[in-house]
Every structure is written in structure tokens, then in C-alpha cells.
Ligand binder design. Sequence first.
Ligand SMILES: Nc1ncnc2c1ncn2[C@@H]1O[C@H](COP(=O)(O)OP(=O)(O)O)[C@@H](O)[C@H]1O
Ligand SMILES: [Mg+2]
Length: 412
Amino acid sequence: MPYVSPHRENLPMNLDPHISLPITALSSPTLQSLEQHQPIPQHQLPPSLELQHQQQINQQQRQQQLQLEQQQLQYARGVDESQGLLHKSTTSKGKYSLKDFQILRTLGTGSFGRVHLVRSVHNGRFYAMKALRKSQVVKMKQVEHTNDERKMLKLVDLAFVIRMWGTFQDCKTVFMIMDYIEGGELFSLLRKSSKFPNPVAKFYAAEVCLALEYLHNHNIIYRDLKPENILLDKNGHIKLTDFGFAKEVPDVTYTLCGTPDYIAPEVVATKPYNKSVDWWSFGILIFEMLTGFTPFFDSNPMKTYENILQAQVTYPDYLGSDVVDLLQKLITKDLSNRLGNLQNGTDDVKQHEWFDEVIWDRLHNRDIETPYEPPIQSGCGDTSQFDRYPEAELDYGIEGVDDPYDNLFEEF
Ligand SMILES: Nc1ncnc2c1ncn2[C@@H]1O[C@H](COP(=O)(O)OP(=O)(O)O)[C@@H](O)[C@H]1O
Ligand SMILES: [Mg+2]
């Protein structure tokens, strides 16, 4: 029985290529026992993605609704579409402050801080507030990544990517306000279900593929693809969150970052890399969704890296030949053969046989029924899909204290 890895933290360090990889990169489990949870009831799974006749939605109404939402969003963000993504203003200073939110419970914790469920005192709606301790960020050499996270989140605008509304800071912490995504992590659903049936894995993979396509079209590499960073909205569509390693990279970069199980060999080998790394992780994600484990896992991360560098994957017999073909073309060391990284970019991935049934336009419009609807009450701050984390005493909003990092997070 292959070992199922616990909730994985990403590599906290921006390491010099000459410094050896940290042994402690894989953290201890933070999830509650998942035995308590039930797997997805089979009747909620669609037989395939060919759902032409299943949708009862009136196309015209839906189109109007989408247009309206788009206009509202653009208005709210002050975006002029004609100028394109990279000309958007990335600053929003002074828009929000801690006083605008009531802090409720913790949704997730990370190396630099935590994500809280908060409620706006103005409109009563729920949001997620990511709070990062400046001292931790500095200690872990993540200042540039944190500023990039804010910048990238401010730029992106896609249904499959988390929407950020604004940022602010006090003397100890930087804050990001995002939509609250109620359905929890894909990670939790995967662990509850052990593994996903082929059509379910395909559905999530296809939505993730559109998110990667969008980011790559805008020269953004994501660099931390894994089920922990994929949330499910109330209808069961994906939202990519955690842009802590996302970066605008027109050419190549070298930084060692990611999460051990998911890191591409060119990153481990500290070679220059680009979007290729996201396609490798995309392969690992599909593999994990279909099998319940990652192909290179070892309890010793150094061994994981060795396994990655060898890139020898054993495909269980129950995987179909079409998906094995796709995975072999994604989880390959050979960058000149890795699907997604070739001349036709994402199109090669979308046109692969495994995705044959996917109607990409409809998927893009979120007009395909989702395989699983999280059992939540929408709009009321339902947190039933999130694990419990011990609450900590918070020292947010303290005034009149010196901030030694004052000049490091000026855009927040
Ligand atoms: N917008 C959000 N809505 C709901 N939960 C969220 C949201 N953003 C993050 N979370 C939860 O908090 C966890 C940690 O957030 P993340 O941005 O991934 O931080 P880290 O960089 O520490 O991994 C996520 O895995 C998820 O469970
Ligand atoms: Mg994360």
C-alpha cells in the first residue's frame, strides 16, 4: 500500500542554488483524522463529461448574468480591459483596513501566518483574510515572493482563480482580503475519497488546465500546484488560491521553490526553468487524483528529490492507457518533449486524447455540471468543509510600535 502523504507545506526557503535542500521540508500532518469523513457518494458523480443534455440552464440568461458579473467586477477593480492585464493598476492603497472586518475562525495555517474567515462590517459578507507575519516573511527570505503574491493576485481575473479585493498592513503583519471559498480544499475531498474516478479527476484537471493556460498566457508561472491550493466553490468548481510562489516571468528563472512531491526535476537540479514546471506538477496532480498518492513520495524528502531526478514512474494497472500516455508526456524530464511546454503550448494538453470529451468552451463558462457539490449552506460563513486549527491570540492592529520592515511591503 503506497504511503499517502499528509498535508504538505511548500519549501519555505528561497534557497541559493548552492545550498543543499532542507531535510525538514515535509512538515508533520495538520489534518484531523480523515477516517471520520465519508467518501463522495457515487450517485453524485457524472458518468462522463459529456453533459450536453444534463444542463437545464437557460443559456441566454446565463450569458447576461455572466456579462453583468464581468461588468461589476471590472467596475469594482477599476479595470480597463482595452489596456490588457499587464497594464492594470496593481496598487489599491488605503482601500481597506482591519477595522472593516470582524475576524472569525482560522481556515488554514502556513509557515508565515494564517488565513482567517472574516466578515465585512459594512456588507456582512464573508471573506478570507490571509495574514502574513512580516518578521517570518523576512526570516524566510520571502519578501519578494510576498510582494509578488500581492501583485499577481491583483492582476489575475479568471473564474478559476481566487479573487483578491485588497491588501493592507499594520506594523507586524500584511493582510490580503480574498473571496471566501466555502467548499474547502480539493486535498480534503481527495483524502476523504482516497482516489477519484476517472471522470472526476478529468473534470478537476480540465479546470486547472484552463487556469494554467490563463496564467501562462500572461507570463505568470504558478509554481505551487497541489490539491491543498485548489479550493472548491459552492457549486464545486475549482479556484486556485495561494499565489505565494507565482511570478511574472517572461523568460526563465532559477529560484528553488514549490512543494517537494510536486517539484519538477529542472527545479531540483537548479537549472533555469519557466512554465514547464507547472506542467510537470499538473501531471503529478492528475496522478495523485487518480491513485491517491504521488509518484515520487518518500518520507525522506532527499529521497523524494532523488526519485524526481530519476523520474521513473510506476503506473498502477488500473489507470487507462490514455491517461498513462498523457502522464508520460507530462511527467518527463525531457523539456523538449513535455506537453504544455512545446510550440502549441496548452493546446497540446487540451487536445490530448484523455481530454477528448471535454467541451472546453462550456467548461470555460462553467457551464458543465460539477462532479460534486460541497454540502454547504452558501453565504452564511459555513466552515464545515475546513479542518479546525487551534486559534491563536492575535496581535493585529497594534499601533504606535516601531516597524523595522516598514520599507519592505510598501505596496500593501
Ligand atoms: N480564499 C480562501 N477561501 C477559503 N479558504 C482559503 C482561502 N485562501 C486560503 N484558504 C485556506 O487556507 C489555506 C492556506 O492558504 P494558502 O494561501 O495556501 O497559504 P500558504 O501559503 O500558507 O500555503 C489554504 O490551503 C486553504 O485551506
Ligand atoms: Mg498553500
